[in-house]
Design a protein around this ligand. Structure first.
Ligand code: DAH
Length: 340
């Protein structure tokens, strides 16, 4: 019995001296482990002389329970202490400035495209996307350029190793795709996307660049509609006071064909470096859709007519922002990209 009293006293004293969770675990193994002191004391019950056994057993169990309760209480207290320690020792200064998350932005080319979309959307044009890998038929033949037609020289073409398959040199083949889907309903569509040309890379030309094609097909569409649409577009993009100039030109898929200039946004027509002293900036090719192209798209040219135009949005951005090197667009230089 005195051994039990001593055990209990010692165990309480050691428990009180435990300073952290590791010490508590060691204490628990020492007293409650398989060969621990409490286990041993309980094992003694059978060896105690019979007349003292009941009293010893009762006391041994009381000591076991008392120590178990004391241990649980010590554990709870240690958890509180640990929390208190972490709150005071590992202080978080909530007033410290945070780390900035850098905001991304859209590429200048994307932003220009979206501006163009929204201007034409207001005029009832929907965006229609078509493929970048095209057939010779779509890129040339159905646009009124049979094989060996000299006008094909206007487009330096990337051919693939599959005969008749090429990288589109312009977005115009999209005209055939959209007409064939819509015919005989009217069309108001703009066709944006990447084009490819086998050209020398310079400050003014790249082997890949975007175009935005526009197409309107309906009954009774005239040159006046084309002119009105282009003027409205140019004024919204370059400024309300802009003038446009129309020059006659040639494209196999339009008749008549025109090229469109706006008066220079820098010198307002007087002549400067940007407009190369001409006072005008060329922004697009356009025209009335050639009857053969209308027919290839599934429309009867006796009933339907249409206008089409094509422009390079990067060139538009170049003019608007006074950028002097088109290679900057795909150069991925943040010093350039972050300016917009
Ligand atoms: N496809 C022409 C090019 O790549 C641009 C163009 C001119 C498109 C006149 C048209 C158009 O739709 O009517 O240079």
């Amino acid at each position: 019995m005195s051994a039990l009293t001593e055990l209990e006293r010692r165990a309480h004293a050691e428990l009180a001296a435990c300073v952290d969770a590791a010490a508590l675990r060691m204490w628990h193994t020492k007293y409650f482990g398989d060969t621990g002191a409490v286990k041993l004391a309980l094992a003694q019950i059978g060896k105690v002389p019979k007349e003292q056994r009941a009293e010893y057993g009762k006391e041994a169990n009381r000591v076991k329970d008392a120590l178990a309760i004391a241990f649980d209480a010590a554990l709870v207290k240690e958890k509180d202490r640990a929390l208190e320690r972490s709150l005071t020792e590992e202080v978080v200064d909530v007033s410290m400035p945070g780390r900035n998350i850098e905001r991304g932005r859209l590429h200048l080319a994307t932003r220009t495209l979206r501006e163009i979309y929204s201007i034409f959307a207001d005029m009832g044009f929907q965006v229609y996307r078509t493929r970048e890998v095209e057939t010779d038929e779509m890129n040339f033949e159905l646009l009124n350029m049979p094989p060996h037609h000299p006008a094909r020289d206007m487009w330096d073409t990337f051919h693939t190793t599959t005969p008749g398959v090429l990288l589109r040199t312009h977005t115009s083949p999209g005209q055939i795709h959209v007409m064939r889907e819509m015919a005989p309903k009217p069309v108001r569509a703009i066709l944006p996307g990447m084009c490819f040309r086998y050209e020398q890379i310079t400050t003014r030309s790249e082997i890949m660049f975007q175009q935005v094609e526009g197409l309107a097909v309906d009954q009774g569409i005239s040159m006046g509609d084309l002119k009105g649409a282009i003027q409205a577009f140019a004024r919204r993009l370059f400024g309300q006071e802009r003038k446009i100039r129309i020059r006659s030109s040639y494209f196999p898929f339009t008749e008549p064909s025109i090229e469109v200039d706006v008066d220079c946004i820098v010198c307002r027509g007087k002549g400067c470096g940007l407009c190369k002293r001409t006072g005008w900036l060329e922004i697009m090719g356009a025209g009335l859709v050639h009857p053969a192209v209308l027919r290839n798209g599934g429309y009867d040219p006796a009933k339907f007519s249409g206008f089409a135009f094509g422009m390079g949005p990067q060139r538009v951005a170049l003019l608007r922002h006074g950028i002097d090197d088109i290679r900057l667009f795909w150069g991925n230089d943040l010093r350039f990209l972050c300016q917009f």
